[in-house]
Design a binder for this molecule. Structure first.
Ligand SMILES: Nc1nc2c(ncn2[C@@H]2O[C@H](COP(=O)(O)OP(=O)(O)OP(=O)(O)O)[C@@H](O)[C@H]2O)c(=O)[nH]1
Ligand SMILES: [Mg+2]
Length: 394
């Protein structure tokens, strides 16, 4: 997987900036007899922000930047001058990026829309300068508030492509061929299994300038859930599709059995996949005549729509599009405004699975951290009175 440009899994260390400390400065001027406090507030630490960008299709660009640190807030200064805020770090990600805590597997956030910004880690607030602590009885506070500490987390970012329809089939079923016929995508097509090694997306134009997005993923075989073939790692790219198009070739020994195997593998990956609407296409039907189709039909699953197609002769391709469009637009399947409302709840990752995943993805190497972040910077506390509690308002 290492040489591929299609990167859909990365582990990154993120750290926000700490807040700048408030200043303890005292006025010392020739004509101000007793001066007094004039220390300004520290600046806010930089946030770590994720931003959806539809021009990115993979997480490849993040492979080269494993440590993402925002800037620290500067300390406050004399004459009530504020410290400068630390610079935010914006991480641009493709739409469909899901973020998990790499240590606990906890789901943190996801980014589905172009331009959408999500604060992953907040920068520490700046401390208040000593001017805030002046009271009638304490005219010259020689302390100020330290800045809030920075936050750190190692995350796993996973890309789950956002498409309307996902193609599900054994290798060689004709998935890529169909995509090449109904869209402008040019996936590799060949008469051997596992031609497709990474997902392809295509935009299918429908009547009246409407369109939908189709995702072609590598073929699934029996035992994929135990890691056979290319395993199930690519299934995450059809997790969010509202509709699954199952494809079984006309020359399969047992069409019904192939369909059941596919269904079972999806269930092993995530049982919620079975809640999605399905359509079955019997591909390569140019190899069948009407008589054979009639013979096959009674054995097909009863509860879902099916259609015989041929990408080579274009047989029933328009009818297939009609069925897909109708299913997509059934209220029960509709994804509001293409994926603002997710079709799938992101669950926390099981720790055992997480460990295995990291190993499979070659991401289990430790990310080195140069400095520790136990938060408080002791030097900030030097001037504090013992009896004074510093609290941040929320
Ligand atoms: N006769 C006939 N052959 C087809 C049809 N569609 C695809 N094929 C052939 O089937 C073979 C496999 O097609 P692909 O589109 O690469 O199959 P795939 O499902 O993408 O396969 P993987 O990427 O390996 O999972 C190719 O040799 C295609 O030319 C069809 O409608 N009729
Ligand atoms: Mg293919």
């Amino acid at each position: 997987m290492a040489e591929s440009n299609f990167v859909d899994y990365v582990k990154i260390l993120c750290r926000s900036g700490k807040g700048g400390r408030g200043s303890t400065h005292m006025i010392r001027e020739k004509y101000a007899a007793f001066g007094g406090p004039d220390g300004g507030d520290g600046g806010r630490g930089g946030h770590i922000i994720l931003k959806g960008n539809r021009n990115y299709w993979t997480l490849l660009h993040l492979r080269y930047d494993r440590h993402i640190f925002a800037g620290h807030g500067e300390s406050g200064g004399r004459s009530r001058s504020f410290g400068k805020d630390g610079a935010n770090k914006i991480i641009e990600v493709p739409c469909g990026t899901v973020v998990y805590n790499a240590d606990t597997g906890e789901f943190l956030c996801d980014v589905t829309e172009h331009g959408q910004e999500v604060i992953l880690l907040k920068g520490g607030r700046g401390g208040q300068g000593n001017t805030h602590f002046k009271t009638a009885t304490r005219q010259a506070p020689r302390f100020a508030q330290p800045g809030e500490p920075m936050q750190e987390v190692t995350v796993i970012m996973e890309l789950k492509l956002l498409a309307d329809i996902g193609l599900v089939g054994f290798p060689n079923a004709g998935k890529s061929t169909l995509l090449s016929v109904v869209s402008a995508a040019k996936p590799k097509i060949a008469n051997y299994p596992f031609t497709t090694m990474e997902p392809n997306l295509g935009i299918v134009s429908y009547r009246d300038g409407q369109s939908f997005v189709m995702a072609d993923i590598p073929g699934i075989i029996e035992g994929a859930s135990e890691g056979k073939g290319l395993g199930l790692r690519f299934l995450r790219h059809i997790e969010r599709n509202s509709l699954l198009l199952f494809m079984v070739p006309a020359d399969a020994d047992d069409i019904r059995k192939e369909y059941d195997i596919l269904l079972n593998e999806l269930a092993q990956f995530n049982p919620e996949m079975l809640d999605k609407q399905r359509v079955l296409a019997i591909t390569k039907s140019d190899m069948l005549d009407q008589e054979l189709m009639d013979e096959i039909t009674p054995d097909l699953p009863e509860n879902i729509p099916h259609i015989f197609i041929s990408s080579v002769t274009n047989y029933n391709i328009q009818q297939l599009k009609d069925i897909l469009w109708a299913e997509l637009n059934r209220d029960s399947n509709r994804i509001d405004d293409s994926a603002t409302k997710d079709t799938l709840v992101h669950r926390a990752k099981d720790l055992v699975i997480l460990k295995k995943e990291l190993k499979d993805e070659g991401e289990n190497d430790e990310i080195m951290v140069e400095t520790s972040i136990d938060g408080s910077d002791d030097s900030d506390l030097d001037d504090l009175d013992d009896d004074f509690e510093i609290e941040y308002e929320n």
